[in-house]
Each structure stands twice: as C-alpha cells, then as structure tokens.
Design a protein around this ligand. Structure first.
Ligand code: GDP
Ligand code: MG
Length: 379
C-alpha cells in the first residue's frame, strides 16, 4: 500500500501541509517530513475536515478519496429568475453631524407612522423598524451614525439602499456631515438630503444648498440630481415630502428579492435579553425566515425558535426587507454576520463545528508555526 504523506493528504483536503501538521500536533502526533502517516491518524484528520478516509485497493490512487462533500453554506444565486422576484422595502440609514436631528427624525417617524391609531402604541426597540407611507413599506435602521454603516460594510453586510443625510439648517454642513457624504458616495448609495430644523429663525436653507454643492451634492433645484426635503423633525413639517422622496428613490432602484429563495439575513444588533436568551435583530435580504428554520450564522448553528417584529408582535414568517428579532441562537452573533438557512440541523451543526475548528486553528497557528519549524529543523 502506498504511504500517506502530509503534503498529499493536505492537497486532497484542500489545505496547506501546515494545517494538517497543526491537526496532527493536536492529535499528539509529531511526524517528521516524509514520514508516512498511520491510516488511523490520517482518518482522524480527514474527519476533522468533514471527509471520510478510505484506502483504495489499487495503487493507482494514493490511498484515500473524498467520500462526502464538505458541507457548505448555500451560495446566493447570481441572479434570481425574474418571475420569482417581488418588490421589497428599501433599507434606509440616517447619517449626519451630531445634534443635527438624526434621532429626532427617526423618533418622529416611528411615533407618527407606527403607533398612530394602534392600540397601546407600544413599539419594541429592535434596532430597526418599518414605516408605511403611500401603502408602501420603508425599513429604517434605528442606529444613526457612521459606525454601524462602516462596520457592516467592512463585514460584507452592506444592506443599506438609501442614505438620508441630515443637515441642520441653522448649523450647515459640519465635519461629520462631510464624512457621511464621503461614506455614502464611496459606497455608491442613493443619497437624499434632509435639511432639518427649518422651524428655527436662524435656519438658512440656501446656505446649506450652496454648501452641499461645494461637497459634490448639487440639489435638484440648482440643476443637480440630489433630492432633498426641507423638514422639521420637531413639528413634522416636510416629513411627508421626505417620505415621498424615499418611495420615489426606492422605485428608481427597483429593489427586488425572491421570497422563495434560501433565506438570508444580516445581523444588525445582537444581545442577551433576560428571560429570552440570546437574540439578534436581522434584516431579511432574500427568502423568507420561518419559525423552525435551521441556520448557520457566523461560526454558530441555530434554529429559529420564535420571531418578534418591530411592534413587539410574535410572527411566524418574515419576508425580504423586514427587520425581525430572532430567538434561537446558540451563541451571540456579531453585527454584520450573515444568517443563512440550512437544509437541516445536522448540516448546520456540522458546518458550525467546521467553522469553529477553523477559527481555533487560526488562533493557534502562530504557535504551531514555531513548533513546526522546530520539528523541521530537527531533521
Ligand atoms: P442627533 O445627534 O443627530 O441624533 O440629534 P438629535 O435628534 O438628538 O437632536 C439634537 C437636538 O436638536 C435635540 O435637542 C432636538 O430636540 C433638536 N432638534 C432636532 N430636530 C429639530 C428640529 O427640526 N427643530 C428644532 N428646533 N430642534 C430640533
Ligand atoms: Mg442621536
């Protein structure tokens, strides 16, 4: 029978010899280079990576072959069939300089659009909420500021469609306004400007527009293409215009998703709630989240035990574009982690342990490198 060598085993598993060495050291085996491995040991290494080990009868093959495919997260299709696509609500992030009215704007929308006329009028803080305007839903991320935006982008969870930049008309453009404009432009987002605090006598809307133009945002009334609304988050003046613009821009963007696709969502907030355990607010990107769905989220498996919407209601399904608090995480996920529906719990768990193992090895690697170099220098 042919010998099983580390480099070959590594190649078959799609790893670097070095990774296999790390596994071996963990198993208490310290082979010298070119020293054949015991078949039982090779089998254990294969198992760690979701492969089975089998010696073949003929010499032609090197002694083991892939029996079981490595379990992978289902990949998002590059394109969904047109007939399955449905319009989804836009995801909107509010940015701007401190004290220019981001929180006030979000509060105004939440209070007037969600609770008006609703019994009790209690809203749940889950990090995002939906507003209905002209019979259309708009989803707002409830965490104003650039941090979450940049964080999520860095993690590949760029879910924002529209950025509303708030500028106080009395203050004009300030350093964080410029930063917000740069962030939004770099990310290629549709920008809408809310010129806020127009109720103040010190408000100077024209000056804001000039400053906007100086920063690459020429407003539509000056021949540019930046939509803007003059508003007061305090009195509510102009807020309808602002919402109209959001609907308009969402239509231009033709935001669509397939509600029947494999469910995918992005984590925007995660916390431990007393009595409820580990929960996370996610925004559904495609597919429909359902109670009972097994999932993978970062390196952890989970199963949706229950879901709560932004009004604090228990729901059974969550369509694309909706924010929802999910209960059923094994561990606290990170903001920006992707939650993906898995075929079954077994696959979810298997993929989770593989990812955890990967992380563990990554953490251990520098240590192993030294030890492996020691090993090689001994020969
Ligand atoms: P943020 O830091 O951008 O979240 O700003 P806030 O929403 O906390 O608002 C800062 C201050 O501006 C608060 O005292 C608000 O009451 C006030 N404010 C916000 N919007 C308006 C507005 O339209 N008119 C006036 N007069 N004050 C406002
Ligand atoms: Mg604030």
């Amino acid at each position: 029978k042919p010998p099983i060598l580390v480099p070959e085993l590594a190649a078959r598993l799609g790893l670097k010899p070095f990774n296999v060495m790390a596994d071996l050291i963990k198993l208490g085996v310290f082979p010298a280079p070119n020293q054949p491995l015991e078949p039982e040991i090779a089998a254990k290494v294969c198992e760690i990576h979701g492969f089975s080990f089998e010696r073949e009868k003929r010499d032609k093959d090197k002694g083991f072959h892939k029996v079981e495919e490595v379990i992978k997260e289902p990949e998002a299709p590059a394109e969904e069939p047109e007939e399955l696509l449905k319009t989804r609500p836009p995801i909107i992030t509010i940015m701007g300089h401190v004290d220019h009215g981001k929180t006030s704007l979000l509060d105004y929308l939440r209070k007037t659009r969600i609770t008006a006329g609703e019994a009790g009028g209690i809203t749940q803080h889950i990090g995002a909420y939906q507003v209905k305007h002209q019979d259309q839903l708009l989803t707002f991320l409830d965490t104003p500021g650039h941090a979450i935006f940049s964080d999520m982008r860095a993690r590949g969870a760029d879910i924002t469609d529209i950025v509303v930049i708030v500028v106080a008309a009395n203050d004009g453009i300030m350093p964080q306004t410029k930063e917000a404009i740069q962030h939004a432009k770099k990310a290629n987002k549709t920008i809408i400007v809310a010129i806020n605090k127009i109720d103040l006598s010190s408000a100077n809307v024209e000056r804001v527009k000039t400053q906007l133009a100086e920063n690459g945002l020429q407003t539509t009334d000056y021949g540019g293409d930046t939509e803007f609304a003059e508003v007061s988050a305090l009195t509510g003046k102009g807020m309808d215009d602002l919402l109209d613009l959001m609907i308009l821009q969402a239509e231009v963007l033709e935001l669509k998703a397939n509600p029947k696709a494999t469910a995918r969502a992005s984590v925007i907030e995660a916390r431990v709630v007393p009595g409820r355990g580990t929960t996370a607010t996610v925004i559904v990107e495609s597919g429909t989240l359902k109670v009972g769905t097994p999932f993978i989220c970062g390196p952890y498996a989970g199963k949706i035990r229950s879901m709560i919407n932004d009004r604090g209601e228990t729901i059974k399904t969550a369509p694309p574009g909706s924010p929802v608090e999910v209960i059923g995480f094994e561990e606290l996920p990170h903001v920006g982690d992707h939650l993906t529906e898995m075929k079954n719990e077994r696959e979810a768990k298997s993929l989770a342990s593989e990812r955890q193992e990967e992380q563990r090895l990554k953490r251990l690697r520098p240590q192993h490198r030294n030890r492996m170099e020691d090993l090689y220098s001994m020969v």
